[in-house]
Design a protein around this ligand. Structure first.
Ligand SMILES: CC(C)(COP(=O)(O)OP(=O)(O)OC[C@H]1O[C@@H](n2cnc3c(N)ncnc32)[C@H](O)[C@@H]1OP(=O)(O)O)[C@@H](O)C(=O)NCCC(=O)NCCS
Length: 172
């Protein structure tokens, strides 16, 4: 198994994470966003041609008010560079085997590289309601927990992990 950038010919049609939004994004939009529009890059955990999981990232920025109060100290008030973890999904038969956390650690490594090359104060993610616990486990802090508008489409929880916490987590 390797983690590598998505390739145009990768077969994404059989991928099912159990979340239809995540699956639709991966099957319909991840390729064009990466190869045509350059909106973000998707990394896949792949066993030869078999895709077991993916994480999509994009450069982004946040206003300081969008950070947890503990992470704001001494930062300026202009927009702050961050890496957005835009989507994360693991194919259902491969779930529960550590792949999700492996992809997350890969993304945290990308954030460290971004900090070293052109600046990054941390990683942000809009955690789906069922997934906030996954990110909390790895130190992400909810920024502005918002109640969902309805049970059918509850709002995600914006969460943040600082570059300092990432350095500690990766032992870098
Ligand atoms: C969330 C998801 C990516 C986790 O992937 P995974 O490969 O099953 O997770 P891992 O095996 O790496 O789990 C690592 C740890 O996180 C825990 N965990 C996994 N999913 C969790 C969740 N939804 N909430 C809380 N904890 C979770 C596991 O129990 C495990 O804990 P342990 O180390 O104490 O055993 C996967 O379940 C998935 O694709 N879900 C559907 C799509 C989705 O919700 N994506 C996130 C969108 S923001």
């Amino acid at each position: 198994m390797e983690v590598r950038a998505l390739r145009e010919h990768d077969d994404r049609s059989l991928f099912r994470s159990g979340d239809p939004d995540v699956d639709r994004f991966f099957q319909q939009f991840a390729g064009q966003n990466q190869f045509r529009h350059h909106l973000g890059v998707t990394y896949v955990a792949a066993d030869n041609a078999h895709i077991l999981g993916f994480a999509t990232v994009a450069a982004a920025h946040v206003e300081i008010d969008g950070l947890p109060s503990g992470a704001r100290q001494k930062l300026p008030r202009y927009p702050l560079p961050v890496l957005r973890l835009a989507r994360l999904g693991v194919d259902q038969p491969a779930q529960g085997q550590g792949l999700g956390v492996q992809l997350l650690r890969f993304v945290l490594g990308l954030a460290l590289g971004m900090a070293d090359t052109y600046g990054c104060v941390g990683v942000i993610v809009d955690a789906k309601p069922g997934a906030a616990g996954f990110y909390e486990k790895y130190g992400f802090i909810p920024v502005d927990a918002v109640e969902g508008a309805s049970d059918a489409r509850p709002a995600p929880t914006p969460m943040f992990l600082s570059i300092r916490a990432i350095t500690d987590a990766l032992g870098a």
